[in-house]
Structure formats: C-alpha cells, structure tokens
Design a binder for this molecule. Structure first.
Ligand code: S6P
Ligand code: MG
Length: 225
C-alpha cells in the first residue's frame, strides 16, 4: 500500500548539496522520496534514472516512491533496483499491458500505482482496480516541475474517490502530483487525496526551509483529517 503523507519530488532537490536536502527531509519526517523517471519519449524531458534509485538505496530511512513516465515500462522495470515495499507507479497511457505490469509489481511485493494524465478518463481503471494499490492523479501534465494545476483536477480527485469507493476499493489510496502548493493541498485533501507529491510549490521553496515548508504543508493536509 501507499501510505498517507508527503512524497518529496527529488527532481526539485539542490543537486549541488543533495546531502543537506536529504537530511532536511529526514528531519521533517517526510514519508516518501518521489523519483521522477522520464525517458524523453513518453514525456518531453529527461530527469532521474535507475542510478538515482540505486545511489540512495540503503542511505535513508525514507521509503521510495518511483514514478515511471516512460514508454513500455514493462520492458524497463528490470533496470531498477526495486525492493518489496517500494511504491511504483506506471502510466495507463504508456503500455497496452497495464494489467500485467501492475500484477507483476504486486507479486514482487511493491505497492503498484496507476498514474493518469489529466486527459485520461477513469474508465481505464475498470479492469485493474484489483491489482492497483493506489491511483496517481496528475494535477499537471507530466514532464516539468513548476507548472500550474490544470482545471478540473480537483473534480477529478473527488470523482476518483467516489469511483474507488463505489467499486469497494476504499483502501486504494489517491496520490496527487503537480503544483501541490499550500493552498492547493487544502483543496486536494478535501477532495480525497491521501498522498501529496511535493516539489517547488510546497516543499523546495525559495522563501522558506524544507523543514518549515513541510510543517506548513502538513497543517494544510491535516485541516480535513
Ligand atoms: C512532473 C512530475 C512531478 C514534479 C512535481 C513538481 O512530471 O511527475 O513529480 O516533480 O510536480 O512539483 P511542483 O510543485 O514543482 O509542481
Ligand atoms: Mg512525479
């Protein structure tokens, strides 16, 4: 399963001083490290790769959350040093073998997540809810940090919660990713989000420390808890 809380988007860390940022994330008791993996094909950008996951493995008590924005993830999962207990999400739009890849992740002890781009309808979940531990709702179009939340994102979060509850999947968590600002986090939590991917808007900010931002973000999420 994917637990409630904050997942820190590592593409937003200060790469010149990663150790400092990691220590701050640990001090702030951040629940997950979010690894954005992009292939320059499924999304128009490159970010982290298998090296990033391997280099932090065993170096931090924070759990791993690996977001695969790559075409045909089924043929690339073996590149990664994944471990049981990791959360791993694949995009519904990236593979004709969504059921197979999710079932494989679950069988290997990972928390399997289905990620949905803003234009992707909830009907793609119809035949995979039994193999999905969480649904990642993209609240921006994937590829970059620092974007604005797309219109309809909040409605989609609440429709996803209703959809999952109606299917008897009350334990399936909803993760939100993109422009999780303090203001948006309150609304996302009210709409039913459980896990919040935090980047430049809510955690790695120029006007406050990681610890201060994490504390404020928690208050925003807790408002409706
Ligand atoms: C975007 C990626 C995200 C970003 C995150 C950045 O494709 O999946 O995880 O890193 O959205 O956050 P922010 O606060 O800069 O929008
Ligand atoms: Mg992401």
């Amino acid at each position: 399963m994917l637990g409630k809380g904050i997942s820190a988007s590592l593409m937003c860390v200060d790469f010149a001083d990663t150790k400092k940022d990691l220590a701050a994330l640990e001090k702030a008791k951040i629940e997950y490290l979010h690894f954005d993996i992009m292939d320059g094909a499924f999304v128009p950008n490159y970010t982290l790769g298998p090296w990033a996951v391997s280099s932090l493995r065993g170096k931090t008590p924070i759990a791993f959350d690996i977001h695969l924005m790559v075409e045909r993830p089924e043929s690339k999962i073996s590149y990664f040093n994944l471990e049981p207990g990791d959360a791993v999400s694949v995009h519904a739009e990236s593979t004709p073998h969504l059921q197979r890849v999710l079932a494989g992740l679950k069988d290997a002890g990972m928390a399997a997540g289905v990620a949905l781009n803003p234009a992707t309808p909830l009907t793609v979940l119809d035949y995979v809810t039994d193999v999905a531990d969480f649904v990642l709702i993209m609240t921006v179009n994937p590829g970059y940090a620092g974007q604005k939340m797309v219109p309809n994102a909040l409605e989609k979060i609440s429709r996803t919660r209703d959809y999952l509850d109606a299917k008897g999947c009350a334990d399936t968590a909803i993760q939100v990713d993109g422009n999780v600002s303090f203001e948006n986090a309150v609304k996302m939590a009210a709409a039913g989000a459980d896990n919040f991917v935090a980047g430049t808007a809510g955690l790695f900010r120029r006007d406050m420390s990681i610890e201060a931002a994490a504390a404020r973000l928690r208050e925003c999420i807790r408002i409706v808890k």
